[in-house]
Design a binder for this molecule. Structure first.
Ligand SMILES: [Zn+2]
Length: 442
C-alpha cells in the first residue's frame, strides 16, 4: 500500500489584545478534512472533492471543494487534514467485541490469575488496537465478572486512554451452568470467586440480574439464550433460558431503557428470544424461515460474527489445539454453518449489523469480517453499511453515529484505495479520527 506524505497543519491561535479576555472560555477546536472521495452515508453515492468541517468534535457541515473553517475566530485552533488522495468514510462500528480478553491457550489460567487492574490494562491495549484499525465505536457484549469494562469505557470517554467509544453490557445474563456462566470446570471455591452477577435462574432472579447490570452501569443487556461454542460444557447448542425467563429479561431491560441482545445458535433459542422481544441476535447459526419472519416482524438485527466462526474452526482443525473436547466438537459443528446462515438471512431481508466477536479472534483484526460478509453474498457497500448506518441503528445511536453528517460525531476513517472495489482495503486503514481528533495519520 502506498504511503502518502502526511500533510496536516495546525494553525495556532493568534491572540489579539481585544480577544484575550474572551479566549479561554470560547476558543473552539476545528478539524477540517479535505476529502478526495467521500462516502458520507454508506448506501448513497460517493462524492468527490468535499470538505468536512468538524467543530469541537461534532460535524458542522460538508462543503463543496476544498475550503477552510471560514467561521473560525482567530482564537480557535484549526487543524487541516489533507485527504485529497484518499477515500474517506464514517468510522466503523463493531457490534460484538469482548475488550477485556483475547483467547489464547492460557486463557483458563489467566481467568484466576488476572486482577481487575490487569484486565483494565489488557482492555486498554485491545481498545487502542481496535481504534487504530478504524473502529471508532464498539459494543462490548460480556466482560465476565469484571467491572474494568466500565472503567475502560469511561476512561476512553474522558480521553485518558485511546480507544473506540464503548457501549458495555457488563456481565452476561446466563443460566447457572450456561454459556455465560464462566465457572464451568473450576473447583467450587474458585467458581465462587469467579461468580458473575448476571447468572440467574427463574423469572424474579433474572429481573434482578438485569437490574444489577443497569446498576453497575450497563448500556445494554446481553443474554445467552442458548449454549455456545467456547463454554466448557457438552450441552449442545440449544436453548438454555426458558421462555418466561427470556420474557422477564427483555421486559426488565426495556423497562430501564436498555436494548437486549441475545447470543443464540440453536433455532428454538433464536425464535424464543425473538418472540420475547429481543432487539438483536448474535451468531444466529441455526436460524430458519420462522426466525427470518420474526426478525422482520420485530425489526430485530442479526450480528452474524462470521470471523468468530472462521477462527474457532481454524483452532479446532489444529491437531495440537488448546480447545477442550466439548469446545472442539462444537466449533467443528457450528463454524461451517455460519456462512450459509448469513447468506440466507441477508437474502431473506433480515437487517444485518457488523460484529466480529473479537476477543475470540485478535483485537485489531476486526475488519477481516468484511471479506467474509462479501463472501456470504453482501455487496461491499452493504457490508460497509452494516458497520456504519446499520451498526449505529443497532445501538440506537443513529442520531450521532454511523454517517458523516451535520450533528453527528466527527468519527471518520480514510483508506488509500477503493473499498467498494476491494473490501479488504479496510484491513489497512490509514487515517482514524474520533470526535474530531486524529489518532492515526499516515
Ligand atoms: Zn461473544
Amino acid at each position: 500500500m502506498k504511503r502518502l506524505r502526511r500533510l496536516a497543519t495546525t494553525v495556532a491561535a493568534s491572540l489579539t489584545a481585544s480577544s484575550l479576555a474572551a479566549s479561554a472560555a470560547s476558543a473552539a477546536d476545528y478539524a477540517v478534512i479535505h476529502a478526495g472521495r467521500l462516502l458520507a452515508e454508506p448506501g448513497r453515492a460517493v462524492m468527490e472533492n468535499k470538505t468536512v468541517i468538524i467543530k469541537d468534535g461534532v460535524i458542522e457541515r460538508i462543503a463543496d471543494g476544498f475550503v477552510g473553517a471560514e467561521d473560525a475566530s482567530p482564537d480557535d485552533a484549526v487543524t487541516v487534514h489533507d485527504l485529497k488522495d484518499m477515500f474517506v468514510m464514517p468510522g466503523l462500528i463493531d457490534g460484538h467485541v469482548h475488550l477485556l480478553s483475547e483467547n489464547n491457550p492460557k486463557g483458563r489460567l489467566q481467568r484466576v490469575e488476572m486482577s481487575e487492574g490487569d484486565l483494565a490494562i489488557a482492555g486498554a491495549r485491545h481498545a487502542r488496537r481496535t481504534l487504530m484499525a478504524g473502529f471508532t465505536t464498539v459494543r462490548d457484549v460480556g466482560a465476565g465478572s469484571s467491572d474494568a469494562i466500565f472503567a475502560l469505557r469511561d476512561g476512553v470517554a474522558r480521553g485518558d486512554v485511546p480507544g473506540p467509544r464503548i457501549f458495555a453490557s457488563g456481565s452476561t445474563i446466563s443460566v447457572t451452568g450456561g454459556h455465560g456462566d464462566g465457572t464451568q470446570g473450576y473447583r467450587d471455591d474458585v467458581a465462587e470467586l469467579l461468580h458473575q452477577s448476571g447468572v440467574c435462574d427463574g423469572v424474579g432472579d433474572c429481573r434482578r440480574a438485569v437490574r444489577e447490570q443497569v446498576r453497575r452501569g450497563a448500556d445494554h443487556i446481553k443474554l445467552t439464550a442458548t449454549a455456545g461454542v467456547l463454554s466448557n460444557t457438552a450441552a449442545g447448542l440449544e436453548q438454555q433460558f426458558f421462555e418466561d425467563e427470556m420474557k422477564a429479561i427483555m421486559d426488565a431491560a426495556h423497562a430501564m431503557g436498555r436494548k437486549a441482545t441475545a447470543h443464540a445458535h440453536g433455532v428454538n433459542g433464536i425464535n424464543a428470544a425473538l418472540r420475547a422481544g429481543v432487539d438483536s441476535i448474535e451468531h444466529g447459526t441455526y436460524l430458519d424461515n420462522e426466525s427470518i419472519r420474526l426478525f422482520k416482524r420485530n425489526g430485530a438485527y442479526l450480528v452474524p460474527t462470521l470471523l468468530a466462526g472462521a477462527t474457532v474452526v481454524e483452532w479446532a482443525q489444529d491437531p495440537e489445539t488448546f480447545l477442550l473436547p466439548p469446545q472442539r466438537a462444537k466449533a467443528l459443528q457450528v463454524g461451517p454453518l455460519m456462512h450459509e446462515m448469513a447468506k440466507r438471512a441477508h437474502e431473506g431481508g433480515v437487517k444485518i449489523a457488523f460484529g466480529t466477536d473479537s476477543g475470540v479472534s485478535k483485537h485489531g483484526e476486526n475488519a477481516r469480517e468484511f471479506a467474509l460478509l462479501v463472501e456470504a453474498g453482501m455487496t461491499p457497500m452493504e457490508a460497509i453499511r452494516s458497520a456504519t448506518v446499520m451498526g449505529a441503528a443497532n445501538l440506537g445511536q443513529s442520531d450521532v453515529l454511523g454517517a458523516i453528517a451535520p450533528g453527528k460525531f466527527g468519527d471518520l476513517i480514510a483508506v488509500s484505495g477503493d473499498p467498494l472495489a476491494d473490501i479488504t482495503e479496510l484491513e489497512n486503514v490509514d487515517f482514524v479520527m474520533k470526535a474530531g481528533r486524529a489518532y492515526k495519520t499516515w
